[in-house]
Design a protein around this ligand. Sequence first.
Ligand SMILES: C[S@@+](CC[C@H](N)C(=O)[O-])C[C@H]1O[C@@H](n2cnc3c(N)ncnc32)[C@H](O)[C@@H]1O
Length: 484
Amino acid sequence: MSAPRSLDPKRPPKGKGAADGRTGRPRGAENRSLSRPTRNIGHKQGAGAGAPPPARPRAEERLWAAFPAGTWQGLGCAAGWEEALAAEIRRGFSTRRTIGPGPGLVLAEGDGALLGHDWVFARAFFLDVVLVNEPSVKGLVRALGEAADRVLDGSPLPWTLRVQTMAAWAAEDGDDPDAGLEGRAGLVAEAFLERMSTFRRRAMVRYRAPADLSDRQPCVLVQAALLNREQALVSVAEPVRGPDGRRVPSPRPPGATRPAGGGWVPCRSYFKVEEAWAAGGRGPLPGELCVDLGAAPGGWTWSALQRGARVIAVDAADLEPRVSGHPGCTHLRENGFAYLPPQPADWLLCDMIVRPLATLGLLERWLAPGLCRGFVVNVKFRGKDPSTILEAVDGLRERFSLARLRVRHLRHDRNEITLVCPPPDRPEAGRARSAARTAARDDRHASRQGAGRKAPWRGAKRGFRGAVRGGKGALPTSCRSGRP
Ligand SMILES: C[S@@+](CC[C@H](N)C(=O)[O-])C[C@H]1O[C@@H](n2cnc3c(N)ncnc32)[C@H](O)[C@@H]1O
């Protein structure tokens, strides 16, 4: 058995709930019961009995200590943003007990309804989470199977599976995921589906590939997240309803991280705005007018152009020639703070590197006279406390009744957040979108019919593997190279 891996020894957890390196307890947890939860599955009680405790607990042991009995919800964030997420939990739910047992993870005590909140910093969710301590793939599959059987045997709902590593949500964009652990996640997924198809055929009939489930449909999500080679978070539950009716956690795999067809993009920012469109529920429609303030080198503009929108790109700097040469693009070398559009825009896009309150002031100046119907605005923290900025955003939300506003710390956001508020559909756009959806559904149906009577999990495993490996390793590494 190989030595257990640390969660991230170089980056100790921060914040109120973070584990104290000296005692191994979460800070501020002195009066809490630190006994290991009886609900944890597969923990070998006898292992290491009688051995003197190590002077300085390893990260895995700190995680154990920080996981008291009770009902806990797991919320994953980017590593280093645990305190921002814990503050968000405290802000939304004043009496919640939170623990940050390791980088990229905050546990909140309470029932699953908590996950239905409109989270800014949380990007992975584990309903009624338990910690499994199993050094082998076989043991982990057994533990996951026991947890799954308990729920699936009593549920008529379709179900799906997601096995991932912490890198899937916690690693910064561009960090190398732990390839060994990713491979292990793939093995666990395969072995779990094999187990189900051999011993749980009745449940297996209800298995669906993640991509075949809508993110609004009731289902059961079987999740395992490998924290290291020996420990995993396990959650088997029916996702709750989020603020926009979508399920949390979503049963669907994370969105594509490459442009369709692996095509050319001007820079990494392209992926940020793609993520923003997904968070808001839609991107620009053909013919819509976007004004992109701080557009160079052109990632956001390019993404909008690819969707058939027209773009006025405002920036003193050069755009990539392929972007400025696009017939739908008008490049103006003007000051984004002074620029006013000739007619109200469907989308205001703004990614200028300026002070956060200056960005929010600009947004307010566009919203008040109705210069835009919707927007994607990136707000850089630049040393400001995120909660101050979130309060200012809440002020705008109230003042302009921005019911569709989503505020997210996106996977491609670093020291910043992105505000996304799609414009209301025009009636003709709504009809076009529903026709496109029907056509896509018919295509999927036709391709499934064409696939013959294959076992339902076969194709799904491929889709699932995509979700495991579709992390950040797939992204281009440089803005300048422009090629993924
Ligand atoms: C982070 S980059 C934008 C990247 C862009 N979203 C993309 O996808 O390629 C910030 C840009 O804001 C521009 N910028 C900063 N202040 C500006 C201002 N007052 N008016 C217009 N552009 C500005 C800079 O020239 C820079 O190109």
